[in-house]
Write a protein that binds this ligand. Structure first.
Ligand SMILES: Cc1ncc(COP(=O)(O)O)c(C=O)c1O
Length: 459
């Protein structure tokens, strides 16, 4: 590495507090400094090129040098770098973006509320659920059910919905009125001889039991990622959402689809909700909304919810919430251009064209001695590492098997992410070509081979 890169690394160690990082290990190891990108590739400060196998953080759908997004931002910065949407004010990009999102929504939606991230979108959805039930004079109907291994963000409320212990316990989360039900991961949690449908029925029955135990009059909403991303790329078993939603309807419980990863083509439909028959009352989205070129998130709400919220705001004199940068005109302009590009290039069709190759190569990795399960849909997938394929016995947690394979992948010029349950997440930019898919999986296969000796000797 050059001396300037080394100096920068030292400064990073001195000044930057890194999320999702062992902070003490970082003091010795320092950062991987990424300097620039092009297409599906990024480069580090030493000049090494990597395939960004997770599209950054499941978000850079259009790759790393989409000039039209740069132009959209520049043009808006030159015209109106900031204005807000508080107290009746608006801007053209916000209006056009809201119309476009409502037009794309997986189920009829009435209104869009803009924020800056996925966590804020989820937090706002929770606030809306509570406001809605207060407006309906149901102050007791406030509990929200998420799933173990869900990922909905890190703020105090969204982090409470996230169902991953490391993200919660020492931060004193979850807050009250948040509950977690089963993880719909058939490979790991189904009983022997249970079909996917039977597993889904059991999970729906468990959900119903939780609702009854908590008292249905106190349960307000259920939130779910169509495909659980950061929890390990977990695909719902057959019939799961149909069965879950039948339970929710029985008790007048709202369905919130957290589309922060799945939204905008990732699963081979515009929304994960469309891939899995989800009929949401609210939708949260972010990430691919702007191809991650600029922070923006959104919550969409249905007409029945909007009507209640609107009347309540009228009674109180205002809808008393707002973020300075929610509906930032530059972010809205970039998101609008992103959606135009998706439309012009027919991104959903493109994903459907590339997905068969992606899934074929992914499933082939299922034959690897380290891989117990290879799963995916559209252009998102994971391989789950096991010490013993026949019994599905995992590696001891202290082996950090997925961390090791990810490090080996990095040496092969591929960035992927170790996920809970020793899964390796793969979620490339949506613009990836078939030959790039082959390159990605060739590198991942070599990384698995490299890790095998070390892991098998320790298994
Ligand atoms: C499904 C889902 N919801 C919410 C979030 C939180 O988004 P952010 O990191 O932008 O706050 C994420 C982030 O990965 C996510 O995957």
């Amino acid at each position: 590495m050059s001396s300037s890169a080394n100096a920068l690394g030292a400064k990073d160690i001195t000044y930057v507090l890194h999320p999702y990082t062992d902070l003490v290990a970082h003091e010795a190891r320092g950062p991987l400094i990424i300097t620039h990108g092009e297409g599906i590739y990024v480069w580090d400060a030493s000049g090494q090129r990597y395939i960004e196998g997770l599209a950054g953080l499941w978000c850079v759908s259009l790759g790393f040098n989409e000039k039209r997004l740069v132009q959209a931002a520049t043009q808006q910065l030159e015209t109106l770098p900031f204005s807000h949407t508080f107290a009746h004010r608006s801007t053209e990009p916000v209006i056009e973006l809201a119309e476009k999102l409502i037009g794309l929504a997986p189920e009829p939606m009435a209104k869009v509320y803009f924020v800056n991230s996925g966590s804020e979108a989820v937090d706002t959805a929770i606030k809306l659920v509570w406001y809605y039930n207060n407006a309906l004079n149901r102050p007791q109907k406030k509990k929200i059910i998420a799933r173990q291994r869900a990922y909905h963000g890190v703020t105090i409320a969204s982090g409470s919905l996230t169902g991953l212990p490391n993200i919660q316990h020492d931060f004193d989360l979850p807050i009250e009125r948040i509950f977690h039900t089963d993880t719909p991961h058939y490979y790991r949690y189904a009983n022997p001889d249970e079909t996917e449908e039977e597993f889904a029925s059991r999970l729906a029955a468990n959900l119903e039991q939780l609702i009854q135990q908590e008292d249905p009059e106190t349960v307000a909403a259920f939130i779910a990622e169509p495909v659980m991303g950061a929890g390990g790329v977990l695909l719902p078993p057959a019939g799961y959402f149909e069965k879950v939603q039948a339970v929710l309807r029985r008790y007048d419980i709202l369905m919130i689809a957290d589309e922060v990863i799945c939204g905008f083509g990732r699963t081979g439909n515009m929304w994960g909700s469309q891939s899995y028959a989800i009929k949401p009352d609210m939708v949260t989205c972010a990430k691919q909304l702007s191809s991650a070129y600029i922070p923006i998130g959104a919550v969409m709400i249905s007409e029945p919810i909007y009507r209640v919220v609107a009347q309540h705001s009228h009674k109180l004199g205002m809808f008393g919430t707002g973020n300075t940068y929610g509906g930032h005109p530059v972010a809205a302009a970039v998101a609008l251009e992103t959606l135009r590009i998706y439309e012009e290039r027919n991104i959903v069709e493109y994903v459907r064209r590339i997905a068969p190759r992606f899934l074929e190569r992914l499933r082939a990795l299922g034959e690897h001695p380290l891989v117990g399960h290879a799963r995916g849909v559209g252009l998102i997938g994971a391989v789950e590492l096991v010490a013993d394929k026949a019994t599905k016995r995992p590696f001891p947690a202290k082996r950090k098997a997925a961390v090791l394979v990810s490090a080996k992948a990095s040496s092969q010029g591929l960035l992927v992410r170790p996920l809970p349950g020793d899964a390796i997440g793969i979620c490339p930019p949506l613009i990836i070509t078939e030959s790039e898919v082959d390159d990605l999986f060739d590198r991942l296969a070599r990384a698995l081979d490299d890790a095998r000796g070390e892991l098998k000797s320790a298994a």
